[in-house]
Design a protein around this ligand. Structure first.
Ligand code: ADP
Length: 491
């Protein structure tokens, strides 16, 4: 369940549970306050209304009896036996009640224990109040009157005084109890709900806190597992993916660092070797070792080749750093890739013939296919890939073959270059486009690459909005493929 749903549910529960509990408690507590009636709650006819009014079935019955007597047998109100029987009935009422019988102007009967300091203000014959609230001294009463005509035609009235004091007390007691019960129930409900809800939030938060502490100490070798499908579950997942990405990037960083250090030592070595050779040949000339014109020419040619190698290496480093720092602006134009590839390969063909490498171009697409590209940079990509193919083929395999294919892939074109050289180890494939990466066999070989050729190609192809990758199996040649988006030609 989501935290949002949980909170909404808990708010509803916080309101509902107190209401239900209060109603329940009140239902149980009220009878305690009105237990003066021995028949309660069997009769089930009594209602309690915030302690103000009590309807009593015995009282209703007595009322009916008194009005019937007043109509049919008024003489009974002068019968002391009958009045004693009525007193008996009065004891069954919820509220303590007294009777007063007035015949003519004279008070004929007053219930024992009731003193009436009020007789002159008793309602007149015919006023007939029912349950009227009156105050005598400090006390509150409910007054009801039943009129009758006694023999000989004398106006009589029966008054019923019911003491409302307990009812008022009940009312104030009930109010305090109601407040106490409400506060208690609200506190208990809120306490329990807060405990359960906060537990389900705090537990994962602690988990994340511990994970953050672990990450801050550099420990990334753990997995954050919190399987709940709610907002905190999503947060834990985001945290976990952050941790794993951080771990990956740290590992990559370490790998870069290793590569960089290796490159520095590699570059120093690569620079040192031609420089030492140049120095040796120059000294040879100066010492007169090249004493024939042929020898001198050979020495000079070697010096030139070594200097060119140095130049290329420095160029590559310079180009890479410019591309990497985004300091090499591109001059994009619409290029027909079919004829572009043809031109590139024509440039190479003569050189490759010398090296006994067969170059095959298979433009599998119908010409022309327009792409938006910087031709200079794209030529660089082609050269770097083909240079590698030549470089890694090895001297003894100089009946090599490089085939270039062009494929139309809808919105893209794909160029693939396959050689029949030694191929690339599967574990090296994901890394060969990384800067300074050189596979172990390449490092061990005499070809002396910089580890930048494919990284440069990747920077350029990515800048063109394409992708570059390699497919190979050790011993079965290598294929380097790249894609380029086609140019949008209006119309
Ligand atoms: P390098 O200057 O070392 O050639 P690259 O970035 O051009 O650097 O290539 C990275 C690595 O990929 C090379 O060191 C080599 O191991 C591998 N590689 C690239 N092209 C080929 C290929 N055609 N055949 C075999 N290995 C290759």
């Amino acid at each position: 369940m989501t935290i949002r749903a949980k909170l909404i549910l808990s708010y509803i529960t916080m309101v509902m549970i107190p209401v239900i509990l209060i109603l329940l408690v009140m239902r149980l507590v009220i009878p305690m306050f009105i237990s003066s009636d021995p028949d309660f709650p069997k009769q089930g006819s009594r209602q309690f209304n915030m302690g103000i009014t009590v309807h009593d079935q015995n009282r209703s019955r007595l009322f009916a009896q008194l009005s019937e007597t007043a109509h049919r047998h008024p003489e009974r109100f002068t019968d002391l036996h009958y009045l004693a029987a009525l007193e008996e009935e009065l004891t069954k009422l919820v509220l303590k009640t007294w009777l007063v019988v007035r015949i003519g102007e004279r008070i004929f009967y007053i219930s024992p224990g009731f003193s009436l300091a009020y007789d002159s203000e008793l309602p007149e014959f015919g006023s007939y109040p029912q349950n009227k609230q009156i105050t005598i001294g400090e006390q509150k009463f409910s007054l009801s009157q039943f009129d009758f005509l006694s023999q000989p035609e004398v106006a009589g009235s029966v008054f019923m005084f019911s003491d409302l004091t307990p009812l008022n007390k009940l009312s104030s007691n009930f109010l305090s109890l109601f407040i106490a019960v409400t506060v208690f129930v609200v506190m208990v409900t809120n306490g329990l709900l807060t405990f359960f809800i906060s537990r389900s939030i705090i537990k994962p938060l602690y988990l994340l806190k511990r994970a953050a502490e672990q990450i801050s100490t550099g420990d990334l070798d753990f997995i954050i597992t919190y399987a709940k499908r709610n907002e905190l579950g999503e947060l834990a997942n985001a945290f976990e993916s952050m941790r794993s990405q951080l771990k990956d990037s740290l590992e990559k960083q370490e790998q870069y660092e290793i590569n960089r250090k290796e490159l520095i030592s590699g570059i120093s070595h690569d620079l040192k070797t031609p420089i030492t050779a140049i120095k040796g040949y120059v000294e040879g000339i100066m010492d007169g070792v090249a004493n024939t014109p042929e020898k001198l020419e050979r020495y000079l040619l070697t010096i030139h080749r070594k200097a060119s190698q140095l130049d290329r290496l420095i160029d590559e480093l310079f180009l890479f750093s410019k591309l990497d720092l985004d300091r090499m602006p591109s001059h994009f134009e619409t290029v027909d890739i079919t004829s572009f590839l043809q031109d590139c390969l024509d440039e190479l063909r003569f050189d490759l013939k010398d090296k006994k490498i067969n170059l095959i171009y298979l433009p599998g697409a119908v010409s022309p296919i327009q792409v938006t590209a910087d031709p200079e940079k794209l030529r660089r990509v082609m050269m770097n890939i083909i240079d590698n193919a030549i470089k890694y083929m090895g001297e003894e395999e100089r009946c090599g073959q490089i085939s270039i294919n062009l494929h139309d892939r809808g919105e893209k074109v794909m160029v693939s270059m396959t050689d029949n050289g030694p191929g690339i180890r599967e574990e090296d494939l994901p890394f060969i486009f990384d800067r300074f990466y050189r596979s172990d066999p390449a490092r061990g070989s005499a070809v002396g690459g910089s580890g930048l050729g494919l990284a440069i190609a990747k920077l350029i192809i990515t800048e063109h909005g394409g992708e570059i990758w390699a497919e190979s199996q050790l011993g079965q040649g290598a294929t380097i493929c790249f894609t380029l988006p086609k140019a949008c030609i209006p119309g």
